[in-house]
Design a protein around this ligand. Structure first.
Ligand SMILES: [Zn+2]
Length: 371
């Protein structure tokens, strides 16, 4: 995720913090200081850091189990609304997905148990909040911090059991459904249920004073459910398709001595973003859209060879699109040259893939109507 800072590493996974998280910290400090001075501000920071440590441990629970099943986890990113673990692939077996999903809330159960022991040991110093109540305010000492963290972990357990995909409960539901249904179908059902529950959250959050956060979470769940469902359908559609079918064989190439800025009109006339730089039929490098725009801005005639990228990945016409799509997402490379016997035969872009997906979805719908 962009705008994130790596603060630690655990089990080979980068723990990253999104910059909006620092805004949350700043906001807590400013609010708590204005209300009750610097001491309160400090406890505010301690509370936020402790809460998000629980979130990181929850995500590490998912990640470590995923690694056990051979799934690479590149990073965990902390956002003000929670954590996101970036799994490099989707678990293939529903049973694996179940184990990975359950591991997260199980970590919160463990944290809850440990803190509960602390509470039993010093019940006069640690407040206990029965049931599910709203946050009683920022803690002012270690005892109150323990009490509030007990509540936080209780909320995290309950919240993640609600079957609203893509939250943990929804993933669990999808894994259960996937025992009998194809994966995309199971995802579609889980996503729809998730969106209905998200709708209830939004309405309740707007209706009930003090619950606005629930409405915000509802909106995020609603959007995430739709996005995840699309990703799963895309993946499924691309599983058995080769690059040669999807790539564009028609493209504009430039010579190393051509002016880089001269490509600018092609960007809007042809809808091509990145340009292969060729000499004698050989691919020398790729001139990206940002390099072309930069050259056009400088107004000079900078040579393509000077601005082209020379390290990039390429693919073959018989490679599976799903695989190339994954590596494009991981590397951020938007255009992949397709090479056959040392010759450039086409370009594969996100746009190609999305358009192929759109066309195919339309075709699939027609086939379905005929049967
Ligand atoms: Zn989780």
């Amino acid at each position: 995720m962009k705008w994130s800072l790596t603060i630690a590493r655990a089990f080979g996974i980068q723990i990253r913090v999104h910059f909006t998280f620092f805004l949350l910290l700043l906001w807590i400090v400013v609010e708590a200081r204005a209300a009750a001075g610097w001491g309160a501000a400090m406890w505010g920071v301690v509370f936020i850091v402790a809460t998000f440590t629980c979130v990181v441990l929850h995500e590490l629970g998912h990640s470590v189990v995923a690694q056990r099943f051979g799934i690479k986890v590149s990073s965990i990113t902390l956002l003000p609304i929670g954590g996101v673990a970036a799994l490099r692939s989707i678990p293939q077996k529903p049973a694996h997905e179940m184990a990975i999903t359950v591991a997260g809330p199980l970590v919160n159960v463990l944290i809850f148990a440990v803190l509960y022991v602390v509470y039993c040991w010093a019940p006069d110093r640690v407040p206990y909040f029965p049931g599910l109540v709203l946050m009683p305010g920022l803690p002012t000492d270690w005892g109150e911090l323990t009490g509030v963290l007990l509540l936080v972990n209780k909320w995290m357990i309950v919240f993640n059991l609600i079957p609203a995909y893509p939250m943990d409960g929804g993933r669990l539901l999808r894994a259960v459904l996937a025992q009998w249904l194809p994966y995309p179908r199971a995802t579609a059902i889980a996503a729809t249920i998730g969106q209905v529950i998200a709708g209830v959250f939004i309405l309740y959050g707007l209706w009930e004073p003090g619950w606005i956060m629930l409405a915000i979470i509802g909106v995020l769940i609603f959007l995430a459910a739709g996005a995840e469902e699309k990703t799963v359908r895309l993946r499924d559609a691309l599983q058995h398709v080769q690059v040669g079918r999807v790539m564009t064989p028609v493209f504009v190439a430039v010579g190393p001595d051509d002016a880089a800025g001269g490509c600018a009109p092609w960007i809007f006339q042809r809808g091509q973003d990145d340009f292969p730089v060729m000499a004698d039929g050989r691919l020398l490098g790729m001139l990206t859209q940002s390099a072309v725009l930069e050259a056009a801005r400088r107004n000079g005639s900078v040579r393509a060879a000077e601005l082209m990228m020379t390290s990039f990945s390429s693919t073959r016409p018989d490679a599976p699109v799903a695989e190339v799509h994954d590596s494009m997402q991981a590397s951020g490379q938007r255009t992949v040259p397709v090479m056959e016997d040392g010759r450039l035969v086409g370009l594969l872009t996100f746009d190609n893939i999305n358009r192929y997906f759109m066309t195919r979805s339309a075709g699939a719908a027609k086939d379905g109507a005929q049967t």
